[in-house]
Ligand binder design. Structure first.
Ligand code: M6R
Length: 613
């Protein structure tokens, strides 16, 4: 979703702003722009192409300035056209914005009545005019840009992260956040702001995370933060562990490819705490976890997209092994539903980014209606979701840049398996022997993932055929049904092939009508308790001409024949089987998308961090 960078320095900030935008490209965008204060005048350039095109414009026009703001826009209000691209300008004031201003219509009318003319379809333009109006013509002791922005954000309803510059004051830029990510980067005699740490990695690792309601003035020498109540506050400084190498492509062609192949290491890092342990302890989830886990009588999982699928897998584990009732709900539905709170439920939010607006709002809603216990499983340190949760577990997948979530998913599942063990043990449902066996399985997981990645050449052959199809069906049963859903999501989001997932037993209740020789069908067929049932369902498909692509265990009795293609998984992982079966599905989507010539890492219309609802 939109990305923001701001900088003030004694040198030209344009290269810093452009590099920051390039590092935010992964979030998804359809236009880009920047504004600098050059001498005493504001200069703005915008482009509906990639950041590289904006860079060419900047070079051609010799744009430079020691103070600037920049933006990648993911269109919400108004088409992706240059006039809607940020920064927006009002007089000498320029604004970039991430989020949605809900009261923009009413504000537009008010500002029009004051004589402001609107030239874009965006909600953001109202912020530029509002700040300009509140600035009332320049800097004085009583009327700084800082004051004008504080006054302006008090009038905004909605979610935003903004950065503002004014040509009337070259000594600072102002940022504010409410419901969208924004942090400050502290340099040596120069300072910055950005949507995430990766944008600033080339200039600083010292960051300050802003809280909702904060407005900050950033100068060459430092920063001043005012909280939502108008008090000046000091926020802690963190040293980001992110390294430039972690966000470089290295020998890979795409981030998605890199992230698929990083999964053995990502899972090993995430499980590091249990690698040498003989038992699992609740404290893995936080100092208060044991007290909380002993108090709960159910689990409610809230998440979106791939993270939701991780929650669906976890339900099978939590009910089956820990014997604890578990509901899993799409965050964007839950937040607007009249539900019955259970104060003894553990609300688990799962998110790669920790900034997904719907998941954050669902957690806030759950708390507001009376849930007392919360746990977040998240991949981004200091993200809003981690900070909003009572208990937390940081997956250590490393930065996930590709829009399609891969290593975040498998690390989430590893943590959810660990949580299942902890809860099962606390509830007297896990023997010492069982605990040892499961720990062995978790320890073996990185090795098993590495061997499953070896099926890539076989999956590539499938992908070449899928690339020419318009539709695909994914089937699974039991705990592998959510894995079928994840496979379908991966395929549709990066290859744009229409894909549906069904619990295979449900096929005959409708979707079987879709099956003919043009419908490739992927079946996840581990040798588990439901394998014979699944085989019957697959017969129903084959009898209608559907071409089967079966992911089978070594000991699943299924042989390849005309219209039946079988890839045997080189390793198995007992109850962790869903984690392994995910890998070929990720590879299938990746290679099908490549075949179709798609931008694998930045699929159309999608964003990495979905910070608006
Ligand atoms: O950052 P989150 O895990 O909260 O994101 C949730 C979804 O937006 C995300 O999983 C999305 O579905 C992915 N693009 C799927 O690959």
């Amino acid at each position: 979703m939109c990305g923001i960078v701001g900088a003030i320095a004694k040198r030209n900030t344009v290269p810093i702003l452009l590099e920051g935008l390039k590092r935010l490209e992964y979030r998804g965008y359809d236009s880009a722009g920047l504004a600098v204060v050059d001498g005493g005048a504001l200069r703005r350039i915008r482009s509906t192409g990639r950041v590289a095109e904006l860079e060419k414009f900047a070079q051609a026009d010799a744009v430079s300035g020691a103070l600037g703001i920049a933006h990648t826009r993911w269109a919400t209000h108004g088409a992706p056209e240059e006039r809607n691209a940020h920064p927006h300008v009002s007089g000498g004031v320029s604004v970039v914005h991430n989020g949605i201003i809900e009261n923009h219509d009413a504000m537009r009318e008010r500002l029009r009545a004051k004589g402001y003319a609107f030239v874009s379809d965006t909600d953001t333009e109202v912020i530029a005019h509002l700040v300009h109006s509140n600035l009332q013509g320049g800097r004085s002791a009583e009327h700084t840009l800082f004051d004008a922005v504080k006054k302006s954000v008090a009038e905004l309803i909605g979610a935003y992260a903004i950065a503002v510059v004014s040509e009337s004051d070259k000594s600072c830029f102002i940022v504010a956040r409410h419901g969208a990510p924004l942090l400050l980067g502290l340099g040596d005699g120069e300072n910055f702001a950005a949507s995430d740490t990766s944008a600033l990695i080339q200039v600083t690792q010292r960051v300050v995370y802003l809280e909702d309601g904060d407005v900050a003035e950033i100068t060459l020498g430092g920063h001043t933060i005012c909280d939502a109540r108008g008090n000046t506050v000091a926020r802690p400084v963190f040293v980001s562990q992110l390294t430039a190498g972690a966000v470089e492509l290295g020998p890979y062609s795409h981030y998605m490819q890199k992230e698929i192949f990083e999964q053995p290491m990502a899972v090993a890092n995430t499980l590091e705490m249990v690698t040498n342990a003989h038992s699992v302890a609740p404290q893995l989830f936080g100092a208060d976890a044991e007290e909380v886990f002993r108090d709960i009588d159910s689990v409610l999982i809230l998440a979106c997209g791939t993270s939701f699928h991780a929650g669906m897998v976890a339900r099978y584990w939590l009910e089956g092994f820990a014997g604890i009732p578990c509901n899993v709900e799409i965050a964007s539905e839950y937040r607007y539903r009249d539900s019955v709170p259970d104060p003894k439920a553990l609300v688990i939010t799962i998110s790669q980014s920790g900034e997904t607006a719907d998941t954050l709002a669902a957690l806030q809603h759950a708390k507001a209606i009376g849930h007392r216990h919360s746990l977040s499983i998240c991949n981004v340190p200091e993200s809003a979701l981690l900070r909003a949760s009572g208990l937390r577990f940081l997956t250590r997948a490393g930065p996930e840049i590709g829009v399609a979530s891969t290593k975040a998913f498998t690390t989430q599942l590893a943590v959810l398996a660990l949580l299942t063990m902890v809860l099962a043990k606390l509830r007297g449902r896990l023997s010492a022997e069982g605990e040892g066996d499961l720990l062995d399985s978790l320890r073996h997981l990185p090795t098993a993932l590495a061997s499953v990645l070896q099926v890539e050449p076989l999956v590539k052959v499938w992908a070449e055929k899928f690339a020419g199809r318009h539709h695909a069906l994914f089937l699974g049963r039991g705990i592998h049904y959510p894995i079928a859903m994840e496979g379908a999501l991966k395929l549709k989001e990066i290859s744009y092939i229409h894909a549906e997932a069904y619990a295979a037993g449900e096929l005959k209740h409708g979707p079987l009508a879709l099956v003919d020789e043009h419908m490739p069908v992927v079946a996840i067929a581990p040798n588990d308790a439901l394998i014979e049932k699944l085989k019957s369902n697959l017969q129903e498909v084959r009898a209608r001409g559907g071409e089967l692509h079966v992911l089978a265990d070594q000991d699943t009795r299924m042989t390849a024949s005309d219209g039946v293609h079988v890839i045997r998984m080189p390793d198995h992982a007992g109850i962790l089987s869903p984690i392994l079966h995910t890998i070929p599905l990720q590879l299938l989507a990746y290679h099908a998308a490549l075949q179709r010539g798609n931008d694998v890492d930045k699929p159309r219309n999608l964003a990495k961090s979905v910070t608006v609802e």
